[in-house]
Design a binder for this molecule. Structure first.
Ligand SMILES: C[S@@+](CC[C@H](N)C(=O)[O-])C[C@H]1O[C@@H](n2cnc3c(N)ncnc32)[C@H](O)[C@@H]1O
Length: 444
């Protein structure tokens, strides 16, 4: 078995990558800066960005001075990855196009966008009616206590809105309910400027393969996704119909999809659609539920598929947002102050998706630039990666990431138990989806 080695490098991503060896890493997993400042880039700025300049979006959310990775960063990533290496890059809906363009400009192929969907989120933007009254200098009638509407405070948890130095979320969420006063405000009451976030995109890209994908796998050991390692377990009864075929059935579960959801999103979907029997995703002869005559030489016989029933959420991987306990676990000072901590269940799943098979004597190496407090690194350790290199510029987050990585290395069960405990906390979720990683952290 290859020796395991996990390192958090302190410094700027571009500078650190320049000293890394070529064609060293098998894959990349990164929650890069999103560039969620208020500035919309102009066409000349986008063109300058595509030829290597810094993309100026006015920084990132909560006043952070972070830029989306430049094309020069992606060019260095291209150099240090093996041909065919997959990349999973977290982004935000508003600026995902810029990140994906940067990847393309550096020569990467965009293969897919994975959607991580969640039901609970902070509302965004401004209430137009309120703003109109404010502009007119009108004093609105106070109707009730706003804090009572906060889902976090109602659960006895700290509201993430309190972390915003500008009080922006606090104002939106905790402001007391008021009635419009001016005619214009009455007309625009209930109108806002933005939607609430319900998903985060994860860009799936790939360094171009050399030759065919088979030649690439033989020469470089890269070029595939770990489908069986990430299948969605399904309760099924293969063979329930005597003599039936199982073309659309796999005992290890359903093919991983480009949608992941949290329990609440799954519950909403199930409630909307209701209980349904499974369909069969194979070609039919147009009626009667038979596979097209002659397919695989078996003639027209029914395909059982998965004979299960349930809500549509059973087709998807389940992943909740990071709980407070998970965010802080293993942190030396007792508090993880990063504003963008990703759930380990999600990072573990994504890391497993890009994990190649074991190779005798050669470690499988994952690159995690912009590693923040280390959530992607922890997920990668649990997923079975042998060598993980994270890069982070802020000293505070480097310290936090090192502490969390040390705990994941010495006691991975601590994280796993928390993830499983989270699910037991009362979240509504199909049990068949929970079992995905139960006691199985190796590659397949
Ligand atoms: C979106 S956060 C990643 C958070 C991570 N998912 C976690 O769970 O902690 C992006 C990180 O990139 C870091 N960063 C921004 N620009 C950087 C640069 N040029 N070099 C290294 N790190 C950088 C920021 O300090 C921040 O921690």
């Amino acid at each position: 078995m290859a020796e395991r080695c996990f390192t958090v490098v302190s410094g700027d991503v571009l500078a650190q990558l320049r000293s890394a060896p070529s064609e060293y890493f098998d894959a990349l997993l990164s929650d890069v800066p999103y560039g969620l400042g208020t500035k919309q880039p102009s066409m000349p700025e986008i063109v300058a960005y595509l030829v290597g300049g810094e993309m100026e979006t006015g920084g990132d959310f909560m006043g952070n001075k972070w830029h989306v990775p430049s094309v020069n960063v992606w060019r260095e990533v291209m150099r240090v990855l093996k041909p065919g290496a997959p990349l999973l890059v977290n982004a935000a809906p508003r600026t995902e196009d810029l990140v994906a363009l940067g990847l393309r400009a550096a020569g990467f192929e965009i293969r897919d966008i994975v959607m991580w969907m969640f039901a609970e989120s902070m509302p965004k933007g401004h209430a137009i009616g309120k703003a109109l009254d404010r502009a007119a200098g009108a004093k609105r009638e106070v109707l009730g206590e706003g804090a009572a509407r906060c889902v976090y405070l109602a659960r006895g948890e700290k509201c993430p809105g309190h972390g915003d130095a500008n009080g922006k979320y606090g104002e939106t969420v905790h402001a007391a309910a008021t009635a419009p006063v001016t005619d214009l405000a009455k007309a625009w009451d209930g109108y806002g400027t933005d939607l609430a976030p319900g998903y985060e995109p994860v860009i799936l890209a790939r360094k171009p393969i050399v030759g065919t994908y088979v030649q690439n796998v033989i020469a470089h050991g890269t070029g595939g996704l770990n489908i069986d390692g990430c299948r969605i377990p399904r309760a099924a009864d293969y063979g329930a119909i005597a003599g039936a075929r199982g073309d659309s059935f796999n005992a290890r579960g359903g093919w991983p999809k480009n949608v992941i959801m949290d329990a609440a999103a799954g519950a909403e979907l199930d409630a909307e659609v209701g209980e349904r029997a499974s369909g069969i995703a194979v070609t039919r002869n147009g009626g009667g539920g038979f596979i097209f005559a002659g397919q695989k030489g078996h003639g027209p016989r029914p395909d059982t598929g998965y004979t299960d029933t349930g809500g549509p959420s059973r087709f998807y991987k389940y992943c909740a947002k990071a709980s407070t306990a998970e965010r802080h676990m293993g942190v030396a000072e007792g508090a993880n102050g990063h504003p963008n901590v990703k759930p380990i269940d999600l990072t573990r799943y994504l890391a497993k998706l890009v994990l190649p098979p074991t190779r005798e004597g050669e470690p499988r190496r994952l690159l995690v630039p912009y590693c923040g407090s280390g959530s992607e690194m922890v997920g990668a350790i649990l997923a079975g990666w042998d060598e993980v290199v994270g890069i982070e510029r802020e000293a505070e987050y480097v310290t936090t990431a090192r502490a969390r990585v040390a705990l994941a290395e010495t006691n991975p069960r601590a994280f796993e138990a928390l993830i499983e405990g989270d699910l037991e906390r009362g979240d509504k979720v199909d049990e068949r989806q929970i079992g995905l990683f139960g006691g199985d952290n190796g590659g397949s």
